[in-house]
Design a protein around this ligand. Sequence first.
Ligand SMILES: [Cu+2]
Length: 112
Amino acid sequence: MNTLTLAFILALLATGTAARAASHEHEHQHDAATQQAAATYVGIGLLKAVNAKDGKVQIAHEPIAELEWPSMTMWFTLREPLSKGLKAGDAVRFEIKQGEKKQWLIEKIERK
Ligand SMILES: [Cu+2]
């Protein structure tokens, strides 16, 4: 990848992230606080890709303050197969827990 391509991708990411963070900020903070005791964290994001074969989804998520995570795009492992109603491009709300191997598991995911 050359420098110009990289700069273009970074600019795209920054634009999308700022818009999403602004629109959902309040609801996100409220949800996260109520889930903290069970060590389950709530995230809001955009479903980017689905790998049904390996049971994984890629999500561009907003910051998750309790985990000190900035907004980013990453893969998560699904605890259960994804509901057929969900597809790439959907805005989602999800709950995650860290598994025994330190991997992040999605306990629950639904269209937002
Ligand atoms: Cu992340």
